[in-house]
Design a binder for this molecule. Structure first.
Ligand code: NAD
Length: 428
């Protein structure tokens, strides 16, 4: 099932081993943290619309809950593998830890393709997943959320099944619910805004004003759009964005030296974050094929599309003007490119810190659900700013003090906190 040439779990373990060396962790601690604490793998039989029964494979991996209930999404994907879910669960442990929220790391999945499933069939998969997991998830044990190809509706079906089995109302069981049905205001903005909260601090540390720091952004989906919105509000301009073109099966960059007009571009963008090329041309955008977002004379780069985008092949095209990279996407930089960026002393805000705004807001959703009292949007975003800003400074201070690359510093903080919790509990 797992892809040998690119196994995410082996990559996650290699990253952990590197930090374990820096922290000089003992053998038992290494053994304990480099694999998940618990794994569940199960079958979900579904009576399909044509009357036949199909069996779907479901997973939940709970990497570590020393700091609090596990937290992480449930993905629906035809190529899902247990190793991908393991890696993602481990990364969730570090992400929750680096922003210091009292949650552990989990991830789940079902091997299926929602494109080929009716809504009723998807509902049966959601309910079947919960029937298998009902005793091992919950607001005090493990809190799922939407992820690749799952959405608020899937979460509501899962909540409904959980509440039917456990006989009660447990809105804090799952996050990513619709606003008005237990969801939190501000969740849509949270990841993109979080990226900019950390970027704002990084620029301030360097004495650079956003107005003097033009940015180029890869992607034009949820994360990119809200990152651009807040950056504009801080006085910064974005001179280039890029997105994937479904018809041509390549990406295009849209450039405007005076700064892209976010609302104007949103008016010609589909719900998958794809910009209408002809209309953009009509609005005066220069359209360039391929990797051009990376090669602009800007001060800030924000990869906010998909993984493995800044690679050994293209990293050398990054201009000398670039001072800061804020990783909105998960894993946009390959390890070889990362080494070059470190050597060139470009300041890196690593993914699991920069894009932790989403999970932080999910944590706020859970808190609001547990107390059955919902905050205004400004309150949510204000609390998010406080969390992201203090997480950023904790990492940046350590990086300065110990002369560490920011990614290593973020890992050192995240892993140390989890180790401390495990040792404090007497587990290792
Ligand atoms: P999205 O689906 O809303 O948007 C993705 C964007 O990337 C689209 O504009 C698409 O056209 C573009 N894109 C895809 N492939 C591209 C390519 N090769 N070149 C240029 N553009 C390309 O996704 P999103 O929610 O904005 O997530 C973006 C990234 O951020 C992902 O890596 C995701 O895992 C990560 N992330 C998202 C959240 C969140 O809350 N949405 C939280 C944490 C991390």
């Amino acid at each position: 099932m797992s892809n040998k040439s690119y196994n995410s779990f082996e990559m996650a373990q290699a990253q952990f081993d590197r930090v374990a060396d820096i922290l000089q962790l003992d053998q038992a601690t290494r053994e304990f943290l480099r694999v998940p604490m618990r794994e569940f793998s199960f079958s979900i039989p579904v009576r399909m619309d044509d009357g036949m029964t199909q069996i779907f494979r479901g997973f939940r991996v709970q990497h570590n809950d020393a700091r609090g209930p596990n937290k992480g999404g449930i993905r629906f994907h035809p190529q899902e593998t247990v190793d991908t879910v393991r890696a993602l669960a481990m990364w969730m442990t570090w992400k929750c830890s680096v922003v210091d929220i009292p949650l552990g790391g989990g991830k789940g999945g079902v091997i299926c393709d929602p494109h080929n499933l009716s809504l009723r069939e998807q509902e049966q998969i959601c309910r079947g997943w919960v029937r298998n997991m009902a005793n091992d998830v919950g607001p005090l044990a493990d809190v799922p959320a939407p992820d690749v190809m799952t959405n608020a509706q899937h979460m509501l079906w899962m909540l409904d099944e959980f509440e039917a089995i456990r006989r009660g109302k447990f809105p804090g069981f799952i996050t990513g619910k619709p606003v008005g049905m237990g969801g939190s205001l501000g969740r849509t903005e949270a990841t993109g805004f979080g990226v900019i909260f950390t970027l704002r601090e990084a620029l301030r540390d360097r004495g650079i004003k956003p107005a003097d720091a033009p940015a180029s952004v890869q992607g034009f989906g949820n994360v990119a759009q809200y990152a651009i919105r807040l950056y504009n509000q801080l006085g910064g301009k974005v001179v280039c964005v890029s997105c994937w073109d479904q018809n041509d099966q390549i990406s295009y960059s849209y450039r405007k030296a005076t700064g892209v007009d976010l609302d104007q571009l949103l008016g010609i963008t589909d719900k998958f974050g794809g910009i209408d090329r002809e209309k953009a041309r009509g609005l005066g955008y220069e359209i360039l094929p391929g990797d051009d977002w990376l090669t602009q004379d800007v001060v800030v780069l924000i990869p906010a599309a998909i993984e493995n985008q800044i690679t050994g092949e293209n990293v050398h095209q990054i201009k000398k003007t670039v001072r800061v990279i804020a990783e909105g996407a998960n894993g946009p930089t390959t390890p070889d490119a990362d080494r070059v960026i470190q050597e060139r002393e470009i300041f890196m805000i690593p993914d699991f810190l920069a894009n932790a705004g989403g999970v932080t807001c999910s944590y706020f959703e859970q808190v609001q659900c547990n107390m059955n009292y919902f905050w205004e949007k400004d309150e949510v975003l204000g609390k998010l700013d406080v969390k992201m800003t203090s997480a950023y400074h904790a990492v940046a201070d350590l990086a300065r003090k110990r002369n560490l690359y920011m990614r290593d510093a973020a890992y050192v903080i995240a892993v140390s906190r989890v180790v401390e919790a495990c040792k404090g509990r007497g587990w290792i």
